[in-house]
Design a protein around this ligand. Structure first.
Ligand SMILES: [Zn+2]
Length: 69
């Protein structure tokens, strides 16, 4: 594993990188996020959206959208 630790800003627990893949209608979303198992803090690093438009596959990358709980 990487020696680069990301610590939770709330409780200093090492954050766990999780990758979520979900299908919403005809689009597919892949979300990379850091999650704290102790206090449920989440930071979204990057979100990739694959969408089919007129037979073409379109790729959208959304970076650094942060969510707090
Ligand atoms: Zn935490």
């Amino acid at each position: 594993m990487s020696s680069r630790h990301q610590l939770c800003p709330k409780c200093k627990t090492p954050l766990v990188l999780t990758i979520e893949s979900e299908y919403i209608g005809s689009e597919r979303r892949i979300t990379y996020k850091y999650r704290c198992n102790a206090c449920n803090y989440k930071v979204v690093l990057e979100r990739v959206i694959l969408r089919k438009v007129n037979g073409y596959l379109r790729l959208e990358v959304v970076r650094r959208t942060e969510t707090y709980h």
